[in-house]
Design a protein around this ligand. Structure first.
Ligand code: BDR
Ligand code: CA
Length: 312
């Protein structure tokens, strides 16, 4: 089993990613760290606790992280994830409470098993940047960071050229990308290949009355309504589950090493990925850091694993 920390801002697709990870025998989920993102921190933390209780996994600690980005004002995505972040799902109030501080948890978790821990980050990267600032070099001591964030060349989803997680905290994204850690990146182009048809989900849920099936049906309603309007098809993209999938089955993605950096300040471009493709420049003069970018996804292979794990 690979030890993994999930740094999350649930978020409907974060919640599905958490369930997928908890149901994956290849992963030992050490804990969840929460961050301000799709909804404010108090709500992402409550949602993380609720999802763990739904899965019967209150043994997994939830540690609360950053309540705001490093430098900019918080941005949220209520229109995608609903006012409380979990769509139409009504989960009971959690009995458990947060177990501690996310940044301490990340540092101590990585230090305890140097070179082993995978951090899957599916929200703004504020907690990871704070961990690196408090303990320089810590991110490089993880086995890998698997990050859902950024867009390479397609249109953005929160501004013309930016993806939500990098846009929400561009300074943190830049610091993490440049930390020297071993990074696998799931950009928007990769996530946009992974479409879950509403009918396919319904088919898998048919005849099931258990709490996880009810949660999957209710939580996905808001985001599916939102994406149906955008794309003219009934369904949703599985951004964050793809990052969990990549941490287990890297062979489901075609990977390309790319030199990237992040624009932190531009009036129209803050959070934009900058890809340095200059062939005539020596590697040590290229901007940013080399990351492994997921490009082409084996969609049927991924969907099979996702649905199997989610609804096991
Ligand atoms: C990312 O933004 C959030 O709304 C989703 O949870 C995902 O992590 C996609 O851009
Ligand atoms: Ca997310």
């Amino acid at each position: 089993m690979r030890p993994v920390i999930l740094d999350v801002d649930p978020g409907v697709d974060d919640a599905l990613a958490i369930l997928m990870a908890l149901h994956s025998p290849e992963l030992e989920v050490l804990g969840l760290t929460t961050v301000c993102g799709n909804v404010p921190l108090e709500q992402t933390t409550e949602n993380a606790l609720k999802v763990l209780e739904l899965a019967g996994r209150t043994d997994v600690p939830v540690c609360m992280g950053a309540a705001r980005p490093l430098a900019r004002e918080p941005v949220h995505a209520y229109e995608v994830h609903g006012p409380k972040g979990l769509g139409e799902a009504q989960l009971p109030e959690p009995e458990a409470v947060p177990a501690g501080d996310a940044v301490d948890f990340l540092i101590e978790g990585i230090e305890a098993r140097i070179g082993e821990v995978i951090v899957v980050a599916t929200g703004p990267l504020t907690n990871l940047a704070l961990a690196e600032a408090r303990s320089p070099g810590i991110l490089s001591q993880s086995r890998r960071l698997v990050i859902m964030g950024g867009v390479l060349h397609e249109p953005g989803n929160i501004s013309p050229q930016t993806e939500f997680n990098f846009h929400a905290d561009p300074h943190a994204a830049r610091q993490v990308v440049n930390s020297g850690a071993n990074i696998a990146l799931v950009p928007l182009e990769a996530a946009r290949q992974l479409w879950l048809e509403q009918d396919l989900l319904r088919w898998h849920l048919a005849g099931r009355e258990d709490p996880i099936a009810r949660f999957c049906a209710a939580s996905t309603q808001t985001v599916m309504a939102f994406e149906t309007q955008l794309y003219g098809r009934r369904g949703m993209h599985l951004h964050d589950p793809l990052a969990v999938g990549l941490s287990i089955f890297p062979q489901l993605c075609e990977i390309q090493p790319l030199w990237i950096d992040v624009e932190p300040e531009g009036e129209l471009t803050s959070g934009q990925l900058v890809v340095d493709r200059r062939p005539f420049v020596r590697d040590d003069h290229l901007v940013g850091n080399q990351v492994k970018c997921a490009l082409k996804i084996n969609v049927p292979g991924f969907l099979e694993v996702f649905l199997d794990r989610l609804l096991q």
